[in-house]
Design a protein around this ligand. Structure first.
Ligand code: NAD
Length: 328
């Protein structure tokens, strides 16, 4: 397989792990990223064009030169809190940026797209585990921008202009230790790397927000999926995109609580640190877990690293080797 694949946001966390995995599978890659959140080091020896998806002309020129046959679209702003403060910025980057991308791909004759969607399109879940056909009612602007893009893709597909897969990731976690790739966000808002920062002594303590949820230990349950499993789903989505498309949940199928995550970090790191309990945060549902039956049936995807210690252990390995991230 040597399809030419454009990877937007390929300098970021999930995009870089995926770009390297599909390069190893024999695809030709061009990464486009404005490096606002990503890291040049994570792109390594793959081809990189530093550009902003807001720049429709540059994007079009890049596509006309590279002539992609498919695109993996990771580039987005993805901080829920920031999206509440600056919704217009989120719509500009995530929705307008995607519209620019779709125009550029069309100009180059490319009609295949795998889109990084999110569990945030569902908002408060109608039931657990969450199914792809459950109502989509985002409760923050970030989720609304991703839903807007899903709607554009649905309409283009209906018009026969596009083959696409919207992969609705739940909580991406872990690292591709062999490839030297891990999670390095600034600010970091995700639970596992934040708890690891406490284990490394880079943060004075770890926090639990809410201990009175109706869950096994009172703390929130989330569906953590290993970033290598996420990346593999993109390889499968690309292989099958001409026959299978639409929306797919991407989760582990089982959830882990905040306390379980903290215990797992203590165990794999062998370190103790202070844990502070705080009240619930607004807009944090108690349980968010995915049904991944659709992607299992359609693409044959199944998590190969579903265990919490496997996920947390890989994150710990990467962070302890890169205590200051890529730039340290
Ligand atoms: N991390 C998760 O748990 C998670 C969950 C659900 C969905 N997602 C989605 O997956 C995708 C990747 O997430 P991630 O955690 O790897 O994020 P990330 O921030 O690490 O990566 C995003 C990349 O896009 C680039 N980028 C941002 N704006 C850009 C622009 N205007 N032009 C060009 N490049 C731009 C950034 O520099 C970065 O390299 C995002 O679309 C995110 O919304 C992530």
């Amino acid at each position: 397989m040597s399809m030419r694949v454009l990877v937007t946001g390929g300098a970021g966390y999930i995009g870089s792990v995926t770009a390297h995995m599909i390069a190893r599978a024999g695809y030709q890659i061009l990464v486009v990223d404005n490096l606002s959140k990503g890291h040049r080091q994570a792109v390594g020896d793959l081809d990189l064009e530093v550009l902003d998806i807001g720049d429709a002309t540059a994007l079009r020129e890049s596509c006309l030169r590279f002539k992609p046959e498919a695109c993996l679209h990771f580039a987005a702003r993805s901080l829920v809190g920031e999206s509440r403060l600056e919704p217009a910025l989120y719509f500009r980057t995530n929705v307008e940026g995607t519209a620019n991308l779709l125009g550029a791909l069309a100009a180059a004759g490319c009609r295949r797209l795998v889109f990084s969607s999110t569990a945030a399109v569902y908002g408060e879940p109608a039931g657990i585990p969450i199914l792809e056909d459950d109502p989509r009612k985002p409760i923050n602007p970030y989720g609304s921008t991703k839903l807007e893009v899903e709607r554009i893709l649905e309409e283009m597909s209906r018009a026969g202009d596009l083959r696409y897969a919207s992969l609705r990731y739940f909580n991406a976690a872990g690292a591709d230790v062999d490839a030297g790739l891990g999670e390095d966000h600034d600010p970091e808002t995700h639970l596992i790397p934040r708890v690891i920062e406490a284990a490394l002594g880079r943060e004075p303590r770890a926090f639990i927000f809410g201990t009175d949820y109706p869950t096994l230990d009172g703390t929130c349950i989330r569906d953590y999926v290993h970033v290598k499993d996420l990346a593999r789903a993109h390889v499968l989505a690309l292989e099958h995109i001409d026959e299978e498309g639409g929306a797919f949940n991407l989760g582990n199928g089982q959830g882990f609580s905040v306390r379980q995550v903290i215990e797992a970090v203590k165990k794999v790191s062998g370190r103790e640190f202070e844990v502070v309990e705080r009240p619930r945060r607004e807009g944090d549902p108690g349980i968010l877990t995915a049904s991944s039956e659709r992607i299992a049936g359609a693409l044959g995807w199944k998590a190969e690293h579903p265990g919490l210690e496997d996920i947390v252990g890989s994150a710990w390995s990467w962070h302890s080797e890169h205590p200051r991230g890529y730039t340290g």
